[in-house]
Design a protein around this ligand. Structure first.
Ligand SMILES: Cc1ncc(COP(=O)(O)O)c(C=O)c1O
Length: 484
């Protein structure tokens, strides 16, 4: 005879409550909210003794095992529910450019509000089109892109990148040193996953492009942030950088031209970073996706021209220089001390093969894009749309009392400072959420770029200049509420 068993779920204690969790965060809801990557307001809505939302409970429950609390361990036993949870490997991964504030923006849009989204550097969304010749060539060749290609990428695309390396003075790059990816994004993760053991450290600038920090965590590593100095045109503070090197440090990320600050580093700065990397046997990850988006005669020096004595992994792509973000086409170039890194490079090879290949139609654009006339120059030189927008946005920001902004020399972003002596902004995420609700304007808070204090914002300057002026005026009038 079959016995009827009771529900196994009832054997285990109920889910965690806010009052149980808070002591692990110094009793502060703000710290818990930051840890979970959600707004403080969301946490405030939770009742002390009611179970906290399941998605967050699951992550916390996993982390509590590490806090060695037996009563919590009891609760961390698997429950037989139908819910599907995300991996605890995502617990330390924060990517707030597409975070909870954006979710609120979508909700407002569903309610019929029109939101101005200056949160993502997506040129196509603001009427920046790729050169017609590229699109025509892709269409012409599209039927040849039905099958997988070699896992490193299409030969003509990689050949074009290799020839560009020759023209730019990057020594010793062969066709097999180039890997195509579904955007630089895929290759960032791949390059770190192939390298990092759990607990290995990567030096990443603060502020950063947060995908670097998120990918380091996802690959089991620890992101250690070195400061960039706003008073020195956002140049990296190399003393701070060197002081943070430990025996677990494996590499230094250099984002040049920089997102979010717009800095373009001098040759001298890059040389000093190279000397540090050589001295400590570190890899340099040079994210150079904006290498042609330069203003006021700024010159971009590829990191790989600076040193041959350490391994340099450089990244470039079609998303920004050629306004083709939707094609998801980027590349990784290996240069410098390749002979020291055969095993690591084999790891990259394995990961490239595992995903079979990058999107092939997107690679069809590369040869035409890199050769011949570079239409980005029409946008960044005097009279060009990007330059004009940068000038208007920069001036409009600096015209707001208590707001100051370093003039970007490259890329598509401004990273203004809000003077804490003049304005009281205790929580910058709440600030951008309130700005969104009040003015239907979506920006990203500075802390989302791993900037340590709540006193910066990032603004994408892709809107036409008249509209940018209006958007920044709205920011100025909203800020008045925060005057201390
Ligand atoms: C510094 C930086 N690196 C990488 C990327 C990702 O580029 P892709 O579109 O090639 O994935 C971005 C996108 O904004 C970026 O700003």
């Amino acid at each position: 005879m079959y016995k009827i068993h009771r529900n196994i779920q009832s054997k285990y204690k109920p889910m965690l409550t806010l009052s149980e969790i808070l002591p692990h965060f110094e009793g502060k809801k703000s710290l818990l909210a930051k840890h979970l990557g959600i707004s403080r307001q969301a946490v405030s809505r939770w009742k002390q003794e009611a179970p906290i939302p399941e998605k967050h409970e699951f992550k916390l429950r996993h982390q509590l095992i590490g806090w060695d609390d037996n009563s919590m361990l009891e609760k961390s036993k698997p429950r037989l529910t139908r819910d599907i949870h995300s991996s605890s490997k995502l617990s330390n991964v924060n990517y707030e450019i597409r975070g909870p504030v954006l979710e609120e923006a979508y909700r407002l849009e569903e309610e019929g509000h029109r939101i101005t989204k200056l949160n993502i550097g997506n040129p196509g969304a603001f009427g920046f089109h790729a050169p017609e010749e590229i699109i025509q060539d892709v269409i012409y060749n599209l039927s040849s892109a039905e099958g997988y290609c070699e896992s490193r990428g299409l030969f003509p695309a990689r050949k074009a990148i290799m020839q560009e390396c020759q023209l730019r003075g990057i020594p010793n790059v062969g066709i097999n040193d180039i890997y195509m990816g579904n955007g630089v994004s895929e290759l960032i993760l791949m390059s770190l996953q192939a390298l990092l053991e759990n607990g290995d450290e990567i030096l990443i600038p603060a502020p950063d492009y947060p995908l670097w920090t998120a990918s380091t965590s996802l690959a089991g590593g620890r992101a250690v942030h070195y400061l960039c100095d706003e008073n020195q045109d956002w140049e990296p503070d190399l003393e701070d950088l060197e002081s943070k090197i430990t025996d677990r440090t494996r590499g230094i990320v250099v984002i040049n031209p920089n997102n979010p600050t717009g800095a373009v580093y001098s040759k001298d700065t890059l040389t000093r970073i190279a000397r540090i990397a050589e001295k400590h046997n570190l890899i340099v990850f040079a994210d150079e996706i904006y290498d042609k988006v330069l203003y006021d005669g700024a010159v971009h020096t590829p990191f790989s021209t600076i040193t041959e004595d350490c391994l340099v992994i450089s990244f470039g792509g079609l998303s920004k220089n050629y306004r083709l973000a939707g094609f998801r086409s980027g590349w990784l170039i290996v240069s410098g001390a390749k002979d020291k890194a055969k095993d690591y490079l084999e790891g990259i090879n394995i990961l490239a093969s595992m995903r079979l290949c990058a999107n092939v139609p997107g690679q069809l654009a590369v040869q035409t894009a890199l050769g011949g006339y570079q239409s980005i120059n029409d946008l960044v030189l005097p009279g060009g749309r990007l330059k004009q927008q940068r000038d208007v946005a920069w001036q409009a920001l600096n015209d707001i009392p208590g707001v100051s902004c370093v003039k970007p020399k490259g890329a598509l972003y401004l990273f203004p400072k809000i003077d804490p002596k003049m304005y009281s902004v205790p929580d910058d995420e709440k600030f951008v959420l309130d700005l969104l609700k009040s003015k239907q304007l979506l920006l990203v808070q500075g802390t989302a770029f791993n900037w340590p204090t709540h006193d910066h914002l990032r603004i994408v300057f892709l809107q036409p200049h008249e509209e940018l002026q209006v958007s920044i005026d709205k920011l100025g009038s909203f800020l008045k509420k925060y005057r201390s």
